[in-house]
Design a protein around this ligand. Structure first.
Ligand SMILES: NC(=O)c1ccc[n+]([C@@H]2O[C@H](COP(=O)([O-])OP(=O)(O)OC[C@H]3O[C@@H](n4cnc5c(N)ncnc54)[C@H](OP(=O)(O)O)[C@@H]3O)[C@@H](O)[C@H]2O)c1
Length: 295
């Protein structure tokens, strides 16, 4: 998107949809799944849902249907809302021990009395499709192969797919959360053609964070604070990626205010930006896990 960087602030920014990126990733996943099935292996992504939250049940249903469409088996366990931490760990242990299961996904959120992070740490790191197990985050930090957290991986793929140069450019990330900002900073600073950036991470400890975001060639919102990024925080012509979102019921409230499109050179759409790439990366991690486990 280099040419848009020279445009004025009066234009509407180029949109960076995530669906074409996801489609390309999923087409590759489908080929890899078919190859495994031809070799007699049915890759399986197990799902775990705790409780009766409609939205969570909906999300897991979407993932199961998508898994089936790609050729994955998707064994499922549904625990009641009053399930104990031990029961959750037992379900994970059973999937860990099952050689026919290659990836495990515990739907977030779990009921308030349960510790989601503790459950994630019980997942066999080789079956961790979220890339959030401490061992896999360690691999990411060391630049070793392994599953990469889905949203950061999706953002790198989105930038690459839309031809946005990252190498050598100034990337500023608002937010240092474990899911998004922190692993994304590690990823985009790695020495690879689609990364290799000068990365700065800002957060609540940096009172004057707009000073940093205003100089970013690529600004990535990862705070989960609706509307926190306003036009005055964006360098004219910059690329703006909205990663952080909050939900009010089913309504999605993004970090990036829509008016930023008047200043940015390119921007993810309010809906259908980073989200589809995140889901695609989940399946990419799942097929890679199956490939590793069957050698
Ligand atoms: N689009 C997707 O598919 C997708 C997938 C996963 C996650 N997400 C979203 O990504 C966001 C981040 O998730 P996470 O788990 O990594 O985050 P998190 O743990 O909630 O951390 C949020 C970060 O934002 C910073 N922050 C919050 N308010 C701020 C403010 N007023 N000024 C400056 N910094 C502020 C926090 O600073 P401190 O560290 O100083 O507290 C923290 O570093 C969430 O909105 C989540 O919903 C989106």
């Amino acid at each position: 998107m280099p040419s848009t960087a020279e445009t004025t602030t009066t234009h509407a920014a180029t949109l960076l949809p995530g669906q074409p990126v996801a489609d390309a990733v999923l087409a590759d996943v489908a080929v890899r799944v078919a190859r495994l099935r031809d070799a007699g292996v049915v890759p399986a992504l197990a799902t775990v849902l705790v409780g009766d939250d409609d939205a969570s049940a909906g999300y897991i249903g979407i993932k199961q249907r998508q898994a089936a469409g790609l050729g994955f088996a998707s064994p499922h366990r549904h625990l009641p809302a009053d399930a104990t931490q031990e029961q959750l760990h037992e379900v994970i242990a059973a999937f860990n021990a099952d050689p026919a299961v290659h990836g495990i996904l515990v739907q977030y959120p779990v009921p308030g009395h349960l510790d989601y992070d503790a459950a994630l740490q019980r997942i066999d790191p080789d079956k961790d499709v979220d890339g959030m197990h401490p061992l896999n985050l360690g691999r990411l930090a060391l630049g070793l192969p392994g599953p990469v957290p889905c949203t950061p991986a999706g953002i790198e793929a989105l930038l690459a797919h839309h031809g946005i140069p990252v190498s050598g450019r100034e990337v500023v990330i608002l937010g240092r959360g474990a899911t998004l900002g922190r692993p994304l900073a590690t990823l985009l600073a790695q020495k690879r053609p689609t990364a290799n950036a000068a990365v700065t991470v800002v957060h609540t400890g940096v009172a004057d964070w707009p000073r940093y975001t205003r100089r970013a060639d690529i600004l990535i919102a990862a705070a989960g604070v609706p509307g926190i990024i306003q036009p005055e925080h964006v360098k004219p012509g910059a690329v703006v990626i909205g990663g952080g979102v909050r939900y009010a019921g089913r309504r999605l409230l993004p970090d990036v205010d829509e008016t930023c499109a008047a200043v940015a050179g390119a921007i993810t759409p309010r809906v259908g930006g980073v989200g589809p790439t995140t889901v695609a990366m989940l399946f990419r991690n799942a097929v890679a896990a199956a490939e590793r486990q069957v050698g």
